[in-house]
Write a protein that binds this ligand. Structure first.
Ligand SMILES: NC(=O)c1ccc[n+]([C@@H]2O[C@H](COP(=O)([O-])OP(=O)(O)OC[C@H]3O[C@@H](n4cnc5c(N)ncnc54)[C@H](OP(=O)(O)O)[C@@H]3O)[C@@H](O)[C@H]2O)c1
Length: 248
């Protein structure tokens, strides 16, 4: 039976691959992101779109209301792919004081990675299919081993105890809650328009499988975690990163 699936950050990268993968399963898919023009370009069969900043209460509430109306009730699968390193976000109003830059990096990462996931989940938690609902977060290997400044990894790591608490709270309703932790994934907007060859070689060189992750690698795991076969998997941080956590 077709499920009602929401994918945040569904206009690009991992979220867009997930939108294709769930649509191929025959599901009804709603993608959410801030840029309406990017969402509208997504060539996913039958996809619904809604533009909103999910890092705000107003944006999350509006997206939840849109989803409930569009789906006529409950949500079966909620995939939180919205996020980023924060480096590409505008730095308006950040002064010369280095502490200003630190505060900006941490608050930006918390807003785009943590709050986007938490606010929409809380807005929809009473409207998830029960039993059978699925919540899937996008974490990162950075949450397990650091990310340079701590800001990005810290914002992703905040999703781990949230995953555990939700798994315990929603388990009795037959809803599972898991997070997927990719390593370096190419063909996304995460690193901006291009990456220097040297950095690409360094990143891939640190991955035991000898290749970058692809958005389809992550989408396949999301589809599996949403399937009936994964119905007894909950409260897990599933690493999909070619062993990047181990290094080489
Ligand atoms: N690529 C990697 O190597 C990698 C590794 C580990 C984890 N991840 C995680 O995987 C997820 C998907 O990233 P990606 O690699 O596919 O990068 P991406 O192409 O940049 O996708 C991120 C998406 O999130 C949306 N977004 C960001 N802030 C938002 C907000 N406040 N409200 C609504 N939507 C928002 C963006 O669209 P708008 O700008 O239009 O809002 C964009 O479509 C992210 O959570 C990322 O942190 C990526």
């Amino acid at each position: 039976m077709a499920r009602n699936v929401i994918i945040t950050g569904g206009g690009t990268g991992i979220g867009l691959a997930a939108a294709h993968a769930f649509a191929a399963e025959g599901d009804r898919v709603l993608i959410v992101g801030r840029r309406a023009e990017v969402l509208q370009k997504a060539d996913v069969a039958g996809v619904l779109t809604h533009a909103a900043d999910l890092g705000t209460v107003q944006g999350a509430r509006g997206a939840a209301e849109f989803a409930r109306e569009a789906f006529g009730g409950t949500v079966d699968v909620l995939v939180h792919s919205a996020g980023g390193s924060g480096r590409l976000e505008p730095a308006e109003g950040v002064g010369d004081d280095p502490l200003d830059a630190v505060a900006h990096a941490w608050t930006t990462n918390f807003r785009i990675n943590t709050l986007t996931s938490v606010l929409l989940t809380e807005a929809l938690r009473e409207h998830l299919t029960s039993p059978g609902g699925r919540i899937l977060f996008l974490s990162s290997v950075a949450a397990l081993r650091g990310s340079g400044t701590g800001a990005y990894g810290g914002a992703k790591a905040a999703l781990h105890p949230y995953t555990f608490d939700l798994a315990k709270a929603l388990g009795p309703r037959g809803i599972t809650v898991n997070a997927v932790a990719p390593g370096y994934v190419e063909d996304t907007e995460f690193f901006g328009p291009s990456m220097p060859q040297e950095e690409y070689r360094r990143r891939v060189g640190a991955i035991p499988t000898g290749r970058a992750g692809t958005p389809d690698d992550i989408a396949a795991t999301l589809v599996w975690l949403a399937s009936p076969g994964a119905g007894h998997v909950t409260g897990q941080i599933v690493q999909v990163n070619g062993g990047e956590m181990l290094g080489r």
